[in-house]
Design a protein around this ligand. Structure first.
Ligand code: FAD
Length: 240
């Protein structure tokens, strides 16, 4: 039952992403058919710089639906159920999460919050509780198995697992949803664990598609001021 840390992997992203976004934008303003333009686009006949400039200009206008055609798929492990519960609140996405009904939780891993790790007595109490939960899970699973619940025992024993229990999840978001996700979750107001994951994801997105993600992140990064108000501001940027 070890402590785990977050790992983010970028599994896939839409190929020819920049050309695809450019084509989608162009179709909105072009009398011709972008299907005819597509082979020239992917062959690089219209330079990436020109495509990038066009995309950046249109994005500024707020016409952002064409970026929905490009998606990123991430696999994440070493995160708590507390994190994944927040993550799946983002509805414009697809999720596949490790099941606690089918995967045995007897030796579950857990996430130790750094603030608890820094206080020896708090850490000791936390870890003792994790051991107690593991022991209760095993007892309940065994009792349920012997009393006729069979393979369904895990389904009920999992009710004692904590929010700290480690989870693994695969999810896909399009660029527009990702920008919204980063605005919420890269902000200092977001919880530390999901903020760390969001910052890792943002770095990966920037590497693949800088034209879209260079200015993504907490809203203050783009605005140059903090829109969270006096009560919630972290102070990194001035209030408007
Ligand atoms: C700091 C922080 C604190 C939070 N605290 C709480 C809390 O205490 N309790 C709680 O329940 N949640 C809380 N949340 C979750 C938050 O309310 C959102 O549910 C979550 O961030 C998902 O954001 P979203 O709806 O923008 O994303 P998505 O679900 O991906 O939606 C993307 C966008 O699509 C549009 N949209 C989607 N669905 C609808 C709809 N049904 N109607 C209209 N427009 C829609 C909206 O414009 C939305 O921004 C918190 C989030 C943060 C960042």
């Amino acid at each position: 039952m070890p402590q785990k840390a977050c790992t983010v992997s970028l599994l896939a992203s839409t190929p020819d992403a920049m050309s695809l976004i450019y084509a989608a934008f162009r179709q909105c303003y072009h009398a011709g058919f972008v299907g005819d333009m597509w082979p020239r686009l992917v062959a690089g006949e219209i330079s990436r710089e020109k495509q990038g400039e066009f995309i950046a200009k249109i994005m500024e206008s707020g016409h952002t639906s064409p970026i929905e055609h490009v998606s990123f798929t991430f696999a994440v492990e070493g995160v708590s159920r507390a994190l994944t519960h927040q993550l799946v609140r983002h509805r414009i996405a697809s999720y596949s999460q490790q099941s606690q009904r089918y995967v045995d939780g007897s030796d579950f891993d857990y996430i130790l919050p750094p603030a608890i790790a820094r206080i020896p007595e708090a850490r000791e109490r936390f870890e003792a509780f994790m051991r107690e939960v593991g022991s209760a899970y095993k007892d309940l699973k065994e009792l349920l198995e012997t009393k006729g619940r069979g393979a369904k025992a895990k389904e009920d024993a999992r009710f004692v697992l904590p929010q700290a229990a480690e989870s693994k999840i695969v999810f896909t978001m399009n660029c527009r949803s990702l920008i919204n996700f980063f605005e919420h979750r890269c902000c200092a107001r977001a919880q530390w664990e999901i903020r760390g994951m969001a910052n890792d994801m943002l770095a990966m997105c920037r590497e693949v598609l800088p034209v879209i993600f260079e200015t993504a992140g907490a809203r203050c990064e783009r605005l140059g001021f903090c829109p969270e108000g006096e009560k919630f501001t972290c102070g990194r940027y001035p209030l408007p």
